[in-house]
Ligand binder design. Structure first.
Ligand code: NDP
Ligand code: MG
Length: 386
């Protein structure tokens, strides 16, 4: 059970729900970090009294400092500030809920400071899985999944005696807003169409990833690192109702699934109360409200990113970091109206095919790959307008 929590990304979709959980379970909050949203952060400071906060944007950090002069909370800024929050003394758990690769360095900092990680920030694990898992092992800390599919799998495998008994993991996918559409129908979809997710209200980056299904590809890579499993033992099934959050099949073909009302508060709470459980404000699932649960195969021809990610983690080295970087930059370009929806996966595929593969010898190889690919994508694809 978490005794004191720090949150990186406290003003986002996961961060705000995590603070609701912390409030409901009376978990003290040691430190908080956001990028720019100082009005919400100020409210959080006044409610939770963390000893430190970081605002990544230096100018906003300066304004917040003035605005909370009457409190005891210290304000930090930039990457140093994020690392300071990640290593906050009083906390035993750091929830990583920033969006994107920016979370990798502070995640490693938290691990080196012997904090357990409640991991939502999948991009950090996708790009830096080799180093993150090795550091976690070295420092004897746990990486507890917050992503709903991975939390589901983690819950399904509690108590198993031998991980070799696992035959396959079955990741469920909602299918996103464009499920059932063909490439020709996706040519002219707008940012607004892509942000219109049927089941979940999330930050913009992951909502676009759900629309391209890159999110499911990133989740395959995330599962490889979290559960030390061969990517070929991970299947994806589209399950529109988002009631089954994922499943594990064992070697005797028995399948265990984790179900519940779709709410990120359940996996967030499990990561914070692990290995125990506590009462939750999430509604009990009423099975009679669903007269059927459906399962379909993803359309791998239309949504190419799923298999690109599977291939990338099979190849290894810097390839997962490279396609993650391509995707992050492409999503930003799409959200800014610079490229079309389908160009996102075209860019990911282009980098997949053209990346000069390197071995990962150190953190530098990952950071360097990320920076180079983002610069390249911006330069090559970022000049257009739609
Ligand atoms: P949001 O965009 O809603 O929130 C992102 C948070 O990170 C905000 O608090 C933002 O601050 C902060 N942030 C961004 N950049 C920085 C930075 N440089 N320094 C400090 N803080 C920063 O994202 P989500 O909550 O949706 O997603 C967060 C992560 O969790 C992602 O990796 C996503 O893939 C994963 N995840 C999310 C799920 C969901 O349901 N939302 C489900 C499963 C996984 P500010 O508000 O000031 O910009
Ligand atoms: Mg997920």
């Amino acid at each position: 059970m978490t005794e004191n929590l720090s949150i990186l990304g406290c003003t986002g979709s996961i961060g705000t729900q995590a603070l609701e959980v912390a409030d409901e379970l009376s978990i003290p909050v040691g430190a908080l970090a956001a990028n720019n949203n100082i009005s919400l952060l100020e409210k959080q400071i006044r409610k939770f009294s963390p000893s430190k906060v970081c605002v990544y944007n230096e100018k906003s950090a300066g304004i917040l400092k003035e605005n909370i002069k009457d409190t005891f909370t210290k304000v930090y800024a930039g990457m140093d500030g994020l690392c300071n929050i990640a290593s906050q003394n009083s906390s035993d758990t750091v929830l990583t809920a920033v969006s994107g690769m920016i979370g990798l360095i502070p995640t490693l900092e938290a691990i080196k400071s012997k904090k357990n990680i409640a991991l939502a920030n999948k991009e950090a694990l996708v790009a830096g899985g080799a180093i993150v898992t090795e550091e976690a092992k070295k420092n004897g800390v746990k990486i507890l999944p917050v992503d709903s599919e991975h939390s589901a799998i983690f819950q399904c495998i509690q108590g198993i005696k031998d991980t070799r008994d696992i035959k396959r993991l079955i990741l469920t996918a909602s299918g996103g807003p464009f499920f059932g559409k063909k490439l020709s129908e996706l040519k002219n979809v707008t940012v607004q169409d892509a942000l219109n997710h049927p089941n979940w209200s999330m930050g913009k980056k992951i909502t676009i990833d759900s629309a391209t299904m890159m999110n499911k590809g990133l989740e395959i890579i995330e599962a490889v690192w979290l559960f030390n499993i061969n990517p070929l033992q991970i299947d994806v099934v589209v399950h529109r109702e988002s009631v089954i959050h994922s499943m594990v099949e064992f070697k005797d073909n028995a399948i265990i699934s984790q179900m519940g009302t779709p709410s990120m508060k359940t996996p967030i709470q499990y990561a914070l109360t692990y290995p125990g459980r506590m009462q939750s404000s999430v509604k009990s699932l009423d099975f009679t409200k669903y007269n059927k649960l459906t399962f379909e195969s993803p359309d791998y021809e239309t949504f190419k990113c799923i298999n690109l990610c599977r291939q990338a983690i099979k190849t290894g080295g810097t390839l997962p970091a490279a396609i993650n970087a391509a995707n992050e930059e492409a999503v930003a370009l799409f959200l800014n109206g610079k490229i079309s929806f389908l160009q996102i996966q075209e860019i990911v595929e282009y980098i997949f095919k053209n990346h000069k593969l390197r071995k990962i010898n150190s953190l530098y190889d990952i950071i360097d790959t990320d920076k180079n690919i983002k610069e390249f994508v911006l330069k090559k694809f970022g000049c257009g307008s739609n």
